[in-house]
Design a binder for this molecule. Structure first.
Ligand code: DP6
Length: 340
């Protein structure tokens, strides 16, 4: 497992640490819980941690703060969003036996809530920075378990490269593990931004709705086989097998979403236009597959030799606002505290 080094700064009046983490794109998805309170996913999922979509979070604990203050991209969090971060810090504080409240400052270099999982990089960075500020000496596996309690997909962003998140019967069984480092395979993820709007229904609510779909059970049965295919595809660096498995599970997950009660339709007309373009490229012989999270933006998986050409085509499409070209990236790490 990767080393996660901890260099907090602490004094009698402040304990501070900063961490960085990348978002990840799930090739097989976490959708639906086995245990909602503990955020234990209903199925295993496989992801790639991304190099260019990063979150940097500083946690500064002080004895004199009356409550946690959390700022994301310059905006103070309020209501349930602040409480969620605060509850996550409580988990860490309980472990450390320290009750100091924290000032948390978090910055994303990508639009939050737009189908690029900001909660994954956000809770991975919060977990590492919080643990370091509190002086907790945790293994990467424990950091992943804890990150999962904040956001399921955050368990995967603790690690770099290609990552597997296990479901499990108990809290301590549901953690992510790194399968291969970022240099194992240069697969590209072209993130096609067709909307920067916050999603109407956050993933946390969507997970609760999954069992209301008649297709949920069927997807869970199928995803076990897709995970087997994916692990095999990764070991052999078989891009077609990887792309087919990823695309199938994205469609299965969206079929579950669409047939939930209430129905969740995250796609926009532009989403479908990009899907059709990917299908057309394949007919022309380009290696390209799509996957889509809980939002309208499309991730296109391709190989390095084709990335520039596909990106240029995408940018010319009506409704495409931006394309972020990512590679497999490093896992979460502690970085120097920013100068104030
Ligand atoms: C569609 O991890 O965002 O991106 O635990 O409620 O924060 P919470 O959910 P989250 O769910 C991920 C949903 C997904 C698929 C995936 O990344 O596996």
């Amino acid at each position: 497992m990767e080393e996660i080094r901890v260099h907090p700064r602490s004094s009698a009046s402040e304990r501070r640490a900063t961490a960085e983490a990348g978002a990840n794109i799930a090739l097989t998805k976490y959708w639906g819980n086995a245990d909602a309170d503990l955020r234990i996913p209903a199925n295993d999922s496989v992801s790639i941690t991304l190099d260019r979509t990063r979150t940097v979070t500083t946690v500064a604990l002080r004895p004199d703060l009356p409550e946690d203050e959390v700022t994301v991209d310059g905006r103070p969090l309020t209501g349930p969003a602040r409480e969620r971060a605060s509850r996550h810090l409580d988990l860490l504080r309980e472990r450390a036996g320290i009750s100091w409240r924290a000032r948390v400052v978090s910055r994303n270099n990508f639009p939050a809530g737009a189908g690029i999982a900001a909660s994954a990089s956000g809770f991975a960075a919060l977990t590492l920075a919080g643990a370091a500020a509190l002086g907790l000496d945790l293994s990467p596996r424990d950091l992943s378990l804890l990150a999962r309690r904040g956001s399921g997909s955050a368990a995967r962003s603790v690690f770099g490269g290609f990552v597997l998140l296990h479901t499990g019967a108990r809290d301590e069984d549901a953690f992510a593990e790194p399968l291969y480092g970022p240099d194992w395979w240069d697969v590209r993820d072209l993130i096609v931004i067709v909307s920067r709007a916050e999603k109407a229904v956050p993933s946390s609510e969507g997970h609760h709705l999954a069992p209301t779909s008649a297709l949920h059970r069927a997807r869970l049965a199928r995803v076990t086989e897709l995970n087997r295919q994916l692990l095999d595809a990764l070991a052999r660096r078989d891009f077609t097998a990887l792309g087919q498995a990823a695309e199938e599970d994205a469609l299965l997950m969206h079929a579950v979403m669409m047939t939930s009660r209430p129905s969740l339709i995250y796609w926009l007309p532009e989403t479908l236009a990009v899907i059709r373009r990917v299908q057309a490229w394949r007919e022309e012989g380009f290696p390209a597959y799509f996957t889509i999270d809980a939002g309208p933006n499309v991730h296109i998986l391709t190989l390095p030799a084709f990335a520039d050409r596909l990106q240029a085509d995408l940018r010319a499409m009506p409704g495409v606002q931006d394309v972020i070209s990512c590679r497999p990236g490093p896992g979460a790490s502690i970085i120097p505290n920013p100068v104030e």
